[in-house]
Design a protein around this ligand. Sequence first.
Ligand code: MG
Length: 408
Amino acid sequence: MIPRSLVAHLDADCFYVSAERVRHPDLLGKPVGVLGNQGACVIAKSYEMKAAGVKTGEPIWDARVKCPEGIYIKRDFRWYEVISRQMLDVTRKHSHLVEYYSIDEFFFAVETPRGQAVEPAIRAVQAEIKEKIRVPVTIGVARTRTLAKLFSDTAKPFGIRVASTREEERERLSQLSVQEISGIAGRRAQRLADRGIHTCLQLADADRRVVRELLTKTGEDLWWELNGTPATPIRPNRTPRQFISRGGSIGGASGDPNVIEAWLVRNAERLVEELEFYEVKAGNLTLALHFNNHPSIGANAPLASHTDRFDVLLDGLRIALPRCWRPGLVVTHMHLIAGKLRKPGFTQPGLFDPPAEPSDTIARLKREASERHGRFSVRSGTTLFLPELYRDPSHGFDICDVRGKFCF
Ligand SMILES: [Mg+2]
């Protein structure tokens, strides 16, 4: 019997590598490793590289020994988010209830066209993502989120696993260790092992009160989910955020006003990306600077109304900058912190906001170019003072952000 309400868990296969292959198709079929922030560790690898024995988290110098023919690329989370958004858009065409669980994992309610079986409907989602976005995904389907996620893990790569009867569920659960459940490792796993609970099926068959005693309420929810009763709903909206901040080291201490302003603009562009990504507008904005030779200073960037507009935010930041910095102070870190975040429907334009054009057009052009050509393919001319940051040839377009004019 196929139950009426089913949950799907969609998970991209070696996502960072797959995303790189979208823009570099020549990487298909080759061993590829994506490196972390400092370029020292492999944070994601292709199946070809995995076959050579390279593990996630391994330092590049060890990986190179195991897989000398490997191609190692520095990570670009912004690009991965662009791809992630495209995957989300396709998934939303197939279900009205989708949860963005992580950059490459979504939960969604399975909706089958009348008379169609579950598996072809799920295959259609997988095929459309592969065809339109060129990313392979694996999808698990079951009565609850926990079951769906466990089953998708066993179907990789590019698989589909639909558990439609309790017998099928039990069969699969019996083959999975409790440690396959995220959050069960170390001490929790040991507590279960002490009671003779090693597999997911043993956990499902254990006394619910004992599970609660061992793993608290979270464990009890898990027990219900393993037994096919949803305890956690699909959440189509993200938990509202209090703050969004962007910034960090300015890549070498500097007292040069051109470099400091370039970082201000760059961080404002990054902040706008985040505001757009989370679909919120900022009600206030703080600039904080850290120095080599002075205690840190923060100042408010005045905003007349909630906004995600680059020009308005930058105007506020340009007022805040001289309140934080004066010649002679050597900046090491800069942070932009946006607060009082609101969804666009809950804001109204400020009475004294400058006209929305050409700002909105520039914002749209930047967004479209980023989606098509990669992050910051169009960016503000002020950031030309940071040539080393934008060495990637795809960052070759520039626009000036003098209000009222823009040039390519
Ligand atoms: Mg994945």
